[in-house]
Design a protein around this ligand. Structure first.
Ligand SMILES: Cc1cn([C@H]2C[C@H](O)[C@@H](COP(=O)(O)OP(=O)(O)O[C@H]3O[C@H](C)C(=O)[C@H](O)[C@H]3O)O2)c(=O)[nH]c1=O
Length: 270
């Protein structure tokens, strides 16, 4: 069923952006797709726009005449601070300003487990637990989670900040036996948030229905996301081909995984 006249998807050439283009197309008459790189295979209902998120004027034009924004553009990993600042922090500020000035009512934002990566596995955090970023990248996600809270409290723009754990075609390492979010479940979470009667300001935790439950996502229950996939069918093959991990290693102890063992960008001469 078509819910919107026009939605905007940023990061539409990316791994998840490509899945969102396919999975959300039925929700809107027009889908504006945007990325910093050229977009391939543009469909008749899609309007492709190449845009730098750090360019204020370009983002004001990009966000015109859209009912909702699915904001997945940005650096998806730890990189040097200048890129985090321009793409993730300044770029997301521009998206929220564009939503405010142009009247978009709802934003679905790709936050990340790395906003909370230094929580221990056994902490069972929920949406109200304090943030514990594991990287500059994680700090940029904290910034946008707070920014979106301001735009809800002050301007009534609704947001889902979806803390994506590990969204891959299938689990690629042992950690993903609990942290996996299938592409289909990721798209379902975004779709539910777009069509929910009331979203408010919601922090969600994007995980498939894996056997190990490490966080409590009940504070996003009003969205109605019910994961359909599970990492469990991949367990035997994964355990057969990989060594049992050291439970005291930072990458096992903390939910941020290998980000918690990374060096700091400045120490690498960047
Ligand atoms: C740095 C930058 C990137 N992009 C584009 C380039 C890629 O096509 C796209 C990101 O896709 P990527 O495949 O690199 O990342 P994903 O694995 O899909 O990660 C997604 O989820 C995780 C949780 C995320 O933090 C990312 O923002 C979000 O896109 O954003 C831009 O359009 N502007 C920019 O300034």
């Amino acid at each position: 069923m078509t819910h919107f006249n026009r939605i905007l998807i940023t990061g539409a050439a990316g791994r998840l952006g490509i899945e969102l283009r396919k999975g959300l197309a039925h929700l809107a008459t027009h889908v504006r797709i945007s990325d910093r790189v050229e977009l391939a295979d543009v469909q008749p209902n899609e309007e492709a726009v190449v845009c730098e998120l750090g360019d204020y004027e370009a983002v004001m034009v990009l966000t015109k005449d859209v009912d909702a924004i699915v904001h997945f553009g940005g650096a998806p990993l730890e990189v040097e601070f200048e890129t985090i600042l321009d793409s993730n922090i300044r770029g997301s500020y521009h998206i929220y300003e564009g939503a405010r000035k142009n009247g978009a009512k709802r934003v679905i934002y790709a936050s990340s487990v790395h906003a909370i990566g230094y929580h221990e596995m056994e902490a069972h955090i929920d949406a109200d637990s304090p943030v514990r970023p594991d990287s500059l990248y994680g700090v940029s996600k904290n910034f946008v989670e707070n920014l979106s809270r301001l735009y809800w409290d002050k301007f009534g723009i609704e947001s889902l900040c979806l803390r994506i754990f590990s969204s891959f075609p299938e689990p690629a390492d042992r950690r993903m036996l609990w942290s996996w979010l299938s592409f289909a479940d990721c798209v379902q979470y975004v779709e539910r948030a777009l069509v929910a009667p009331r979203l408010g300001h919601t922090i969600g935790h994007g995980l498939s229905d894996n056997r190990l439950k490490v966080v409590d996502d009940s504070k996003a229950g009003h969205i109605g996301f019910h994961p359909k996939d599970s990492a469990e069918p991949f367990r035997d093959a994964m355990e057969a081909k990989t060594d049992a991990p050291d439970p005291n290693a930072a990458s096992v102890k903390y939910i941020g995984g290998w980000f918690c063992e990374l060096g700091h960008p400045d120490d690498e001469g960047k």
